[in-house]
Design a protein around this ligand. Sequence first.
Ligand SMILES: Cc1cc2nc3c(=O)[nH]c(=O)nc-3n(C[C@H](O)[C@H](O)[C@H](O)COP(=O)(O)O)c2cc1C
Length: 186
Amino acid sequence: MELVIAVTGASGAILGVKFVERSHKLGIKINLIFSEWGEKTLRAESGEFPQNIVKDGVKLFDNNDLLAPFSSGSYPFDGMVIIPCSMNTLSKIAYGAADDLITRTASVALKERRKLILVTRETPLSLIHLENMVKVTRAGAVILPPVLTFYHFPKTIDDMVDYVIGKVLDQFNVKHDLFKRWNKRR
Ligand SMILES: Cc1cc2nc3c(=O)[nH]c(=O)nc-3n(C[C@H](O)[C@H](O)[C@H](O)COP(=O)(O)O)c2cc1C
């Protein structure tokens, strides 16, 4: 499986970083893009730089490089995950903007009917945010916010992050053991 992962300027760059780590370990081929504010948020929240989180086999692309292969629907990637996804990027996707590699790839995923998962992070949400979420959902995207969850008995922030990553991987039917699934009779 080959995915395009984008990290945009919403809080929670760690979600993107951990998603790359976990999915790379599971053998998923990854093409990674940071928006300018995704990169700045990563630095603000962790002191890290995108180049430092790139493992062997993970390809990092410039968000201005519209010549990247998956900028075209003819390149057969399996789907895209924007994690975290800012309200700015959400609105651009909702209105069909495709002026950088992240929004162009999202637009390609929608037109080719491939999976597009948006891990949207903002709170509270305005009517504009909610309407944009409805718009992209109608076009085929999945809105998967990183919400707090307790039924898997998290003990650490990593447990919370792994839960969100696991929920994204579920969308691609990837087998993982990142969280304990609910089973009332356990
Ligand atoms: C520290 C920090 C945290 C931010 N958190 C959010 C957020 O959670 N959600 C959001 O939509 N925007 C957030 N923003 C604002 C976005 O970074 C800003 O709208 C930016 O234009 C997004 O650009 P992008 O979509 O190209 O990444 C944050 C900005 C900073 C500096």
